[in-house]
Design a protein around this ligand. Structure first.
Ligand SMILES: [Zn+2]
Length: 368
């Protein structure tokens, strides 16, 4: 099992400048490779990333001597990215998906960062040793123990982070036959089929006013000015903070569920489709169903359990979990389910969670 630990770095100003240079080098080399590919292709040649890399390495000392100022992993990583971009493009095309041709990396749009192969860095306590940079302080020591595979250094808002990939022994598979159904929601993050609840802290909603104020302030600043850059950073930091609060909440909920249950039924969510409804989008983005599903699936699978997804068109909210009667309509404002047939009354989401569990068990038993 490969796990990745993301740690905030506390670089000196010189080190931070050096990170930015390495990230810039990666971007430059990627763009050089892409441009050269296009040129060769238009000239009727058959470009390949491997050949481009050789070509670059042959001319770099003469034309781009400054690449020697940063770790050579920055150049390596750029060609790895380029190869991945073309692989994604060609394979996507073959599979009939709509994949755009690789794009140039712009400084503002693309994620700043670079890659380090495992022979190019060392980790010891709170220190990360990077070639040509020396020791960089880490906010916490590496939590995972195992074979270190690689590292990525990236920038989010104003901070630099290192993500270290570690190969770890698989968790012992625990046989756990406890089953639960989950109804994901906006008001409550999750309602369980046993009546349990995970509240949604709504980090975005409570900080929304702040986001709105900062966005307005940003839009009033003159293009390209120092103040605009300052405002942009402030907003980015706020978004980052919100994402941290949200992920923390999602991790706590999914860990608790994965520890307790070996079989989990939940609705498959076509989050993108739901996001088109703008009024809901904010709250949905806030609750981050997609991340919840990913976290939970990974954690349950690591323990040998199963997450059974239920089609979103099975009417879990409108069905009576007691007698199976399906109501024609159930407006969102009705928070309590009342069955017109048998008189069964239950909290709307709780009723839905029971239906989701039953449907998941049925699907799993029939092997679908
Ligand atoms: Zn009923």
């Amino acid at each position: 099992m490969i796990r990745s630990h993301r740690i905030r770095l506390n670089p000196t100003p010189e080190q931070a400048t050096c990170f930015a240079h390495a990230a810039g080098t990666r971007r430059f080399v990627f763009n050089w490779g892409l441009e050269e590919w296009k040129r060769q292709y238009e000239a009727g040649e058959k470009p390949s990333v491997l050949a481009l890399k050789k070509q670059f390495n042959a001319i770099k000392s003469e034309q781009f001597p400054w690449v020697y100022a940063v770790t050579k992993c920055a150049v390596e990583g750029a060609f790895m990215d380029l190869a991945a971009a073309f692989k994604n493009f060609f394979e996507g095309r073959k599979a009939g998906r709509k994949v755009g041709f690789p794009k140039f990396k712009a400084k503002k749009r693309s994620r700043e960062g670079f890659y380090l192969s495992n022979d190019k860095f060392d980790v010891s306590g709170h220190w990360l040793k990077v070639p040509k940079l020396g020791l960089v302080n880490m906010a916490e020591p590496l939590r995972f123990h195992g074979k270190i595979l690689s590292a990525h250094i990236t920038r989010t808002a104003d901070w630099w982070f290192v993500s270290i990939q570690v190969e770890m022994p698989d968790l012992p598979k625990q046989v756990n036959d406890q089953a639960i159904g989950i109804d994901l929601g906006i008001n409550r993050l999750a309602t369980l089929s046993d009546g349990g609840v995970f509240e949604n802290q709504k980090p975005l909603r409570s900080l929304l006013r702040q986001v709105r104020r900062l966005s307005q302030s940003l839009s009033r600043k003159k293009m390209g000015s120092r103040n605009r850059e300052k405002a942009r950073r402030k907003l980015a930091r706020l978004h980052y903070r919100i994402a941290c609060i949200r992920d923390d909440m999602l991790h706590k909920a999914t860990t608790a569920l994965a520890q307790q249950y070996g079989f989990i039924g939940m609705e498959s969510l076509h989050v993108k489709g739901m996001m088109q409804n703008h009024a809901l989008a904010q709250a949905l983005g806030d609750a981050a169903f997609g991340r919840f599903t990913t976290f939970l699936t990974t954690k349950v699978a690591a323990r040998g359990g199963t997450v059974q997804q239920v089609g979103r068109f099975s009417p879990s909210s409108k069905t009576c979990s007691c007698c199976g009667h399906v109501r024609d309509e159930l407006p969102l404002s009705e928070r309590t389910f009342v069955c017109p047939d048998c008189g069964f009354t239950l909290d709307r989401d709780w009723n839905a969670a029971i239906n989701i569990l039953n449907e998941a068990l049925r699907l799993s038993a029939s092997g679908l």
